[in-house]
Ligand binder design. Structure first.
Ligand SMILES: Nc1ncnc2c1ncn2[C@@H]1O[C@H](COP(=O)(O)OP(=O)(O)OP(=O)(O)O)[C@@H](O)[C@H]1O
Length: 301
């Protein structure tokens, strides 16, 4: 985490586009917010855009805005994400989920730095810093023809990779204590302490939902603990039965890691998608899209 922080501090004052790679829940948006807060754009907004939720038909209005009366339902003018981020930062989350036609439209904004709202005749100039994030292997997508090479090079200027939590075991307990302190502050109660057995279980577990799953687990443990100490039995079930990850696991590409993570979450929740999506810290629609894209089995085999 320290090296990520120092990269983020180094790039923050620059105007360059940053690409943040990492699994779901690893903290990509948090890094983007840190870069924005450390930059001289901090007084303007950071606008996050979930690219996986942008539709082909509404893209222009969602991103570039529209004038009043531009189409049925356009009862008032809308700025759109790009103009809302003027002077600040546009955070393109899950940029690998954009369809090819939408990639072309995004590329034009990045190159020309101006947008024409739907129903408007004038182009509006914008001053924006772009930060993008994805859990996908964009270089592979370029080779496969599903991601535009020109957009890839525009976005892939400074690349920083956020390792999954299981690969930075030294961060687990400090983060767990940080989340326990947050719960204590929220309820104005003393911070609970982890028993040795509970702490060992946290370190042993593979954290498929990364930091988001850890935050949720600490929230639940804070509520369930009977006294000041969090015992093993106060932790979510999947943590109580965690076994160490086998040593010497070969390096995997992000999409393969993601496929395994989702398959494991489904298996642990007895293939209940609602529970698995909670475990992973994503909504069920996003889980369904990923299951479909990665061709993951959703039944007991
Ligand atoms: N180093 C950290 N310290 C404290 N909280 C963290 C840290 N990293 C992540 N978090 C918290 O974990 C949660 C998930 O982080 P974030 O939303 O940044 O992940 P993400 O990689 O963008 O996830 P997704 O790919 O699903 O959008 C957030 O609540 C965030 O505040």
């Amino acid at each position: 985490m320290i090296s990520i922080k120092s990269i983020a501090s180094t790039v923050a004052p620059r105007q360059c586009t940053v690409m943040i790679l990492g699994e779901t829940g690893a903290g990509k948006e948090m890094v983007a917010r840190y870069i924005h807060a450390e930059s001289d754009r901090r007084d303007a907004p950071l606008i996050p855009v979930d690219c996986s939720a942008l539709s082909d038909t509404l893209f222009e209005s969602q991103m570039f805005g529209h004038v009043q009366g531009a189409f049925t339902g356009a009862v008032r003018e809308s700025l759109g994400f790009v103009r809302a981020a003027d002077g600040g930062t546009l955070f393109l989350d899950e940029v690998g989920e954009l369809s090819l036609p939408l990639q072309a439209k995004l590329l034009r904004v990045i190159q020309e730095r101006c947008v024409t709202p739907v129903g408007d005749t004038r182009a509006h100039e914008v001053d924006i810093r772009f930060i993008a994030a994805t859990h996908r292997d964009l270089a592979k997508m370029v080779r496969e023809g599903t991601f535009r090479e020109d957009l890839f090079f525009r976005l892939n200027v400074v690349v920083t990779t956020l390792p999954p939590l299981r690969e930075r075991a030294e961060d687990i307990l400090p983060l767990a204590n940080h989340f326990l302190q947050k719960q204590a502050d929220l309820y104005d109660e003393p911070a609970r302490r982890l028993s040795d057995a509970a702490a060992a279980a946290l370190v042993r577990y593979s954290w498929p939902g990364n930091v988001r799953e850890l935050a949720n687990a600490m929230e639940s443990a804070h509520v369930l603990a009977q006294g000041d100490v969090i015992e093993l039995a106060d932790l979510p079930m999947q943590l109580q039965s965690a076994r160490p990850t086998p040593a010497g696991t070969p390096e995997l590409c992000l999409s393969e890691l993601e496929r395994r993570t989702i398959a494991e979450a489904l298996r642990r929740t007895d293939y209940c998608k609602a529970k698995a999506s909670r475990m992973l810290g994503i909504n069920i629609q996003r889980l369904n899209r990923r299951i479909e894209r990665l061709n993951i089995s959703t039944r007991h085999s």
